[in-house]
Design a protein around this ligand. Structure first.
Ligand code: GLP
Length: 247
């Protein structure tokens, strides 16, 4: 894993946008799985600004939804698809036909999950995974413990994830208790991964991801065994006095 520590969130977002733009320039039809959550929003805004200046072309990407709450349709304000649509798909002009959804209201959820993994496989795997880090080390909603070969599936959210997701919707009662998540296996197999981590509240878990053993109890630590992983952290997340390791 490579680790890049930036001075602040703005620099993290610009650096992430640079990396994503390079991937898009080299492969305009790249298969990208893109997280919601707060952390990647600055990078998405930066990419949208570059698109408005015609500096990047994004309309031929294939975009995969990372996670979704169970029983929540796209019109619900809590829908992660809706968030992705507002923050990523619409500003980057990506047509719905080029998006692979995780539908939390599908009647046959097992079939939805199987179809998702088959579609990723048919696309040749993810070219790029843009991920955030859960406070308990989750990726998407791969909650601890998650095996490295876990498929795309329905999961129960841990109390910690319910609590952390409550900040998006204002009230823990608003947070659904179950979700769909892209599986650990397809995420770990991505050819390139950007793990974006910002803020002092992530410092302890980030150090477990980077310095600790690769274990299922910290799902993001399993990225240590994957190729092409870059962690982008700001100083608040990494700590100004911590040595930069990685490699
Ligand atoms: C959420 C989501 C993840 C997200 C992570 C970090 O629970 N399931 O997809 O990446 O937690 O979110 P944030 O960037 O807001 O800290």
């Amino acid at each position: 894993m490579d680790l890049i520590v930036t001075a602040d969130y703005a620099a993290l977002s610009r650096t992430a946008a640079d990396r994503i733009a390079e991937t898009i320039a080299a492969n305009p039809t790249a298969a990208i799985v893109a997280a919601t959550g707060d952390t990647p929003m600055g990078a998405y805004r930066e990419l949208a600004a570059r698109r408005r200046r015609d500096a990047i072309r994004t309309d031929r990407l294939r975009v995969f939804q990372l996670d979704e709450y169970l029983g929540i349709g796209p019109e619900d304000r809590r829908s992660l698809y809706g968030w992705m649509e507002r923050a990523f798909l619409a500003p980057l002009g990506i047509p719905a036909a080029r998006v692979v959804r995780l539908n939390g209201t599908a009647s046959d959820l097992a079939a939805t999950c199987r179809a998702y993994d088959e579609t990723v496989c048919a696309a040749g795997g993810f070219d790029l995974a843009i991920l955030g880090l859960g406070p308990n080390g989750h990726l998407g909603f791969n909650e601890p413990p998650t095996a490295p070969d876990a498929p795309t599936r329905v999961v129960d959210l841990t109390p910690e994830s319910v609590a952390s997701n409550a900040r998006y919707w204002g009230d823990p009662e608003e947070v659904p208790r179950r979700a769909l998540t892209a599986g650990m296996e397809v995420l770990l197999a991505a050819r390139q991964t950007l793990l974006l981590v910002s803020g002092a509240s992530k410092r302890a878990i980030l150090h477990r991801v980077v310095d600790g053993p690769a274990v299922s109890d910290v799902p993001a630590s399993l990225l240590q065994r994957s190729a092409g992983v870059t962690i982008l952290a700001d100083e608040a997340a990494w700590g100004v006095n911590s040595a930069v390791g990685g490699g």
